[in-house]
Write a protein that binds this ligand. Structure first.
Ligand code: Q46
Ligand code: ZN
Length: 296
């Protein structure tokens, strides 16, 4: 199989685009898809200061490399979740990447905020599934650091992630979530702007990009991801994609065109009485969890 663009040995066939690409052309292809997303969805202005949330995985590290290469002023943020073994190993990948590229990496350790408890212990204490706590804690800390550093937060959500989330939101007709599922969320009081520059790139393209770019990322999945509904939805979408290449992209892009129909009134927010970040009640979920963690 030869690269359709330059004739070298192809490493990846992209049926959705009827294209086979070699390593170099694949890297260019992914970079152009990121630039297209930035342009089409007005994600970032030239030279914008960005905080890239990195997990040590292929998507976030590749995103960081691409944004840095495109000339954005970037720093990375790694959130240590206190998951035995896995968190340390993924932090090492993020650190090694930053060092190799000469980029700065900030590290937030969940245990420092919750009396020494990591996500697994907090989940037991709060009797909630680890992923629902983890999502809330990560969103809070990412936003906090983005506000403190006055940067736009960029996350490595790819097309597969967004299409799976969309499928879940549609199956349950979660109007509020559908209204907010955008590639860019603007800043508002207490919230930093958030962007997802990889929304036009599939998981498979990102894995191939990371390998072609010699990015050493963590292959291991978080132990709590096993059996996640999002993985099931991804699998279903991949089966549809197999029969009808390009469906994932059409599903997501078609949704973005109709998205205005789902805009709903944002809930009334007020500052958390403890940390000052916006919340619906008196105390935000993060501070409430902090109080719980303090109790023996
Ligand atoms: S939510 Fe759940 Fe992930 Fe957090 S606990 Fe692991 S699987 S890392 S994206
Ligand atoms: Zn708070």
């Amino acid at each position: 199989m030869k690269c359709k663009l330059c004739g070298q040995r192809a490493v990846l066939r992209l049926r959705a685009y009827n294209l086979s690409l070699c390593q170099d052309c694949l890297r260019d292809f992914v970079k152009r898809r990121v630039q297209k997303a930035i342009r089409d969805f007005r994600l970032l202005k030239k030279g914008e200061k960005v905080l890239v949330a990195v997990s040590g995985g292929k998507d976030s590290l590749s995103l960081w490399e691409i944004l840095d290469g495109l000339g954005y002023d970037t720093i990375g943020l790694y959130i240590h979740l206190g998951i035995e073994g896995y968190s340390d190993r993924s932090l090492e990948k993020a650190k090694a990447f930053a060092q190799k590229k000469g980029l700065s990496l900030l590290v937030e350790d969940v245990r420092e905020h919750f009396s020494g408890l990591g996500i697994p212990q907090l989940s037991k204490k709060d009797m909630r599934p680890p992923c629902s706590l983890c999502g809330m804690v990560k969103r809070y800390l990412m936003n906090k650091v983005a506000c403190e550093t006055d940067r736009t937060l960029a996350t490595g959500h790819n097309l597969d992630d967004e299409a799976a989330t969309l499928l879940g939101n549609v199956l349950d007709w979660k109007e509020g979530y559908l209204g907010r599922q955008a590639p860019r969320l603007e800043a508002r009081d207490g919230f930093a702007p958030r962007v997802k520059p990889l929304v036009l790139c599939t998981e498979r393209e990102m894995a191939a990009y990371a390998i072609a770019s010699d990015i050493d990322y963590i292959l291991e999945e978080c132990p709590f991801s096993e059996g996640a509904t999002s993985l099931f939805y991804k699998d279903v979408l991949n089966q549809i994609e197999e029969r009808s290449p390009g469906t994932k992209l059409r599903f997501y892009q078609g949704f973005l065109k109709l998205q205005d129909r789902f805009r709903i009134e944002e809930p009334q927010l007020r500052p958390c009485s403890s940390c000052g970040y916006q919340t619906t009640g008196d105390l935000c979920n993060f501070c409430r969890l902090k109080e719980k963690a303090k109790k023996k």
